[in-house]
Design a protein around this ligand. Sequence first.
Ligand code: GDP
Ligand code: MN
Length: 397
Amino acid sequence: MNIHEYQAKEILKGFGVRVQEGILAETPEQAVQAAQKLKQDFNSDWVVVKAQIHAGGRGKGGGVKLAKNHDEVQQRATDIIGMQLVTPQTGAEGKKVHKILVAQDVYYPGESEIKEFYVSVLLDRAKGRNIIMYSTEGGMDIEEVAEKTPHLIFKEEVDPKAGLQGFQARKIAFNLGLSGPAHKEMVKFISALYKAYDTIDASLFEINPVLKTSDDKILAVDAKVNFDENALYRHADYAALRDVLEEDPTEVEAGASNLNYVKLDGNVGCMVNGAGLAMATMDIIKIAGGEPANFLDVGGTANAETVKAGFNIILKDPNVKAILINIFGGIVRCDRVAQGVIDAYNEIGDIPVPIIVRLQGTNAAEAKKLIDDSGLKVYSAILLKEAAELVTKVLKG
Ligand code: GDP
Ligand code: MN
């Protein structure tokens, strides 16, 4: 699960990670008030107005703007709130901005140099260890750094039992070229960051940039935090940070019906029980000359309700030319599923595309008979080969 920058910074602060301070706003008026408060609390004359969407690269898309006075704050906020922000990570349609973070300007000039670093914490599944990945090349596209100057990306492995050791944090600060107070600050920053990652059961932290200010403070200018969804039950307060406005609406609806749905670009919708069977079915669709329009796993309990919810979701996709239902009846009997399909069909009414149902397992023959006798525009099959041939046939018209 992904969250917004402002939420991520709130969590990091709770663990003693220094962040670029900011205040959330939903209107230009609130943005101006936020700027006034930042002036009071942090003596920040300039502020940055930052679009809050679940995607990076906001700066490149015009979603992060410096404002030097209240008129500019008002103007930037007016421009950014409500805009359809397109970044390298949103896809061409972009994402609508509902909220902005008005943040203190931390790039203020001074005698010593300002520096931008990259720091992330993630799980290396192959090694079974957490990794702190870091680079002197912060503020830019890390994929580009990895491609062009891979020697500038460092990795530190952390033993999950022992946790991050002091010498490791000092090595990181050293490799980032820091000495004196900035070195100390970085050691504190890395230690607190790792503690936060570990405690909240995150699957990814990406802080780009981490900034060394002109007065040698180390702070998170940006914060991307992903939670491990399998551990969210341990953190009810974090689960509440979910913003469904940022997620694909069809996928949210599917999740609410306990369906595991991922939209794809093809023309044959499929409804299956079990992820393995779903993959096999997608292969079958390809072999039959179609392209899967989705991945949809109805799970262990394929009944009229889940089948109906699945139909409704698949039918929202205008590219769908046929639907293939491929259910293995083990615990769930095939005739029950067949009845579910028939009930759902009758309830939804006129389904505009042909449906092919392949039921195999307990009571498969009874199920086929139910479908064949239903008088509906549903083709039935028992063997996968028959189902594939039917898909080919209906696609050809
Ligand atoms: P992203 O584009 O979505 O990764 O958003 P970031 O939070 O990383 O901000 C993008 C860029 O905006 C940063 O790399 C900085 O160059 C710039 N930026 C962020 N905060 C400030 C600030 O306080 N002052 C100035 N001058 N620039 C900032
Ligand atoms: Mn960033």
